[in-house]
Design a protein around this ligand. Structure first.
Ligand code: 5CA
Length: 156
């Protein structure tokens, strides 16, 4: 089992939160692929969109409904600093995940996160579990508690 997947499993188990972690037969690298694999609406997929805080140099995580897009202006206002593109190396260094498998939980370092209100409208949502083939389902309120992410509008 990959270290990334192990960290996600450990974080979910340590929190004692009800979840369903699955290895899929097909790629779940993109939100659309994950929705097709899970058989759910695109907005039920939690995308982990990462930016680089241009002042702090650290990543900021925007947990975004699959069909939504992040507004740079709104996201920067929430983060309290201008945001720029995070490259794959910075994402890997701070979260421990590769693009396409970045999970909302189980990061190498504590990561500041924000949660799209659209995600809270579902009973169950699915998110990446550290690899491009693993996803887990969780109740949005449990995801919110686990990530400590405030629910705030940052989409276009
Ligand atoms: N496993 C799926 C569904 S949970 C997944 O991880 N989707 S995602 O949307 O959260 O991750 C893909 C995101 O990574 C893209 O939306 C895009 O914002 C970002 N991304 C893709 N390529 C790059 C890149 N070269 N550099 C930085 N970010 C990238």
């Amino acid at each position: 089992m990959s270290k990334s997947l192990k960290r996600v499993k450990a974080a979910l188990e340590a929190a004692g939160v009800e979840h369903d972690l699955r290895e899929m037969e097909v790629s779940t690298r993109t939100a659309q692929e994950a929705a097709d694999a899970a058989g759910c609406e695109i907005d039920q997929i939690v995308k982990s969109i990462i930016f680089r805080g241009e002042t702090s140099g650290h990543v900021k995580l925007f947990l975004t409904a699959g069909g939504n897009r992040v507004s740079d202006a709104k996201a920067s206002a929430l983060a309290g600093e201008p945001l720029g593109k995070a490259d794959a190396d910075l994402i890997r260094a701070e979260t421990g995940f590769a693009i396409g498998g970045v999970s909302p939980v189980g990061h190498l370092t504590p990561v500041t996160a924000f949660l799209d209100p659209r995600i809270m409208t579902f009973d169950i949502v699915w998110a990446a579990a550290g690899t491009p083939r693993h996803i887990f389902s969780i109740r949005p309120d449990a995801l919110q508690a686990l990530t400590g992410a405030p629910v705030a509008d940052f989409t276009i």
